[in-house]
Write a protein that binds this ligand. Structure first.
Ligand code: TYM
Length: 333
């Protein structure tokens, strides 16, 4: 069955292995299924919910688009564009904001984490950010949304908003209720320095993550320095329960080599972490270095990336404007 796919990545720099294994790798697989229609968005409007430097933001928008292409998304098959070029996203987001109860937003754990202790100082944009995300998805009638585990709650909110809109305006099935596509086991890649913390762009320690622009040597060094524990590798998944660092490295290995965690455990059962680390460094650098090299090449050709983004924005705008017209009609504008 053909799927309508929509997903987004923020252009906030330091795209890492978590973004790749949790999201972008799945984008590529979905792009490669002939019958799917995919839209991959550089969500620059989401990025400005926290302060951005103008030149850096511009560079990060290009780099995110370059990462999509370098990872294997075909820009002539899928639509790649940046969100701020299609005004329907903000327009629809306002409409959805007017019908989303604050109580629903108050439950969002990511806002609590990102706003930190001083919630009063966080921007309103950061607070209503999940509504913008809902408008991204619902404008394109997406049936499936590939994301990492940290976006699960936002996807549930999107589903609730779609259902409420359809009910409030008595237009059953008008907004499509999307399904999240979250890979079990590999949807939450953890920091290499602390298995309890998510691998993240904003972690001050560069050793905590593998960046998609890292060189082969950097990858080998980071895996070598990754935190482990002092027990041998077990034979069963269950025995990894209280060993977050071990589980994370074995999960990364499984995801990169496209095999189940069970199969990886069979491969390394009884061995030491030094064996796992040297194999992991090898397969990771084989996977990531070509992407990293391609990103660098593409970043030298801004005109190419600009053309892809422009063409993508034109196509996305056509779809979104058509939906916006119907939305306005339903509302009574
Ligand atoms: P963002 O930019 O934070 O992350 C992009 C994608 O990477 C996934 N991800 C991870 N997956 C596994 N392990 C990790 N450590 C890890 N870190 C990040 C995220 O789950 C995400 O899939 N709100 C979204 C962007 C967005 C969006 C959308 C996504 C805006 N509109 C519409 C889907 C549909 C975000 O901030 O992702």
């Amino acid at each position: 069955m053909s799927k309508k796919i929509f997903s987004g990545v923020q252009p906030t720099g330091n795209l890492h292995l978590g973004n790749y294994l949790g999201a972008i790798k799945n984008f590529v697989e979905l792009n490669n299924e002939k019958e799917n229609n995919c839209i991959f968005c550089v969500v620059d409007l989401h990025a400005i919910t926290v302060k951005q430097d103008k030149d850096q933001l511009k560079k990060n928008i290009y780099e995110t688009a370059a990462t999509f292409i370098a990872s294997g998304i075909d820009p002539y098959k899928s639509i790649i564009f940046n969100q701020s070029k299609v005004s329907a996203h903000t327009e629809f987001s306002w409409i959805l904001s007017c019908m989303t109860p604050m109580g629903w937003l108050n439950r969002m754990t990511q806002f609590k984490e990102k706003a930190g202790k001083d919630k009063e100082k966080a921007s309103i944009g950061l607070y209503i950010y999940p509504i913008l995300m809902a408008s991204d998805i619902l404008l394109y009638d997406a049936t499936h949304v590939p994301v990492g585990d940290d976006q699960k709650q936002h996807l549930e909110l999107t589903r609730d908003i779609a259902q409420k809109f359809n009910k409030d305006f008595n237009c059953e099935d008008f907004l499509k209720v999307p399904e999240p596509l979250i890979k079990t086991n590999f949807s939450r890649i953890m920091s290499l320095k602390d298995g309890q913390k998510k691998m993240s762009k904003s972690d001050p320690s560069n050793l905590s993550r593998i960046n998609l622009t890292d060189s082969k040597d950097a990858i080998i060094n980071k895996i070598k320095k990754a935190k482990t524990d002092s027990f041998p590798i077990p034979d069963e998944e269950q025995k990894l329960k209280d060993r977050p660092e071990a589980k994370n490295l074995l999960g990364i290995y499984s995801s990169v080599s496209n095999q189940t965690l069970g199969k990886t455990l069979n491969e390394f059962d009884g061995k030491n972490f030094s064996d796992l680390k040297s194999r992991l460094a090898e397969i990771l650098s084989d996977k990531i270095s070509p992407i990293s090299n391609e990103i660098k090449k593409l970043m030298d050709d801004h005109k190419y990336i600009e053309d892809i983004l422009l063409e993508g924005a034109n196509k996305a705008d056509e779809i979104a404007e058509k939906k916006m017209k119907e939305i306005k009609n339903i509302i009574g504008f």
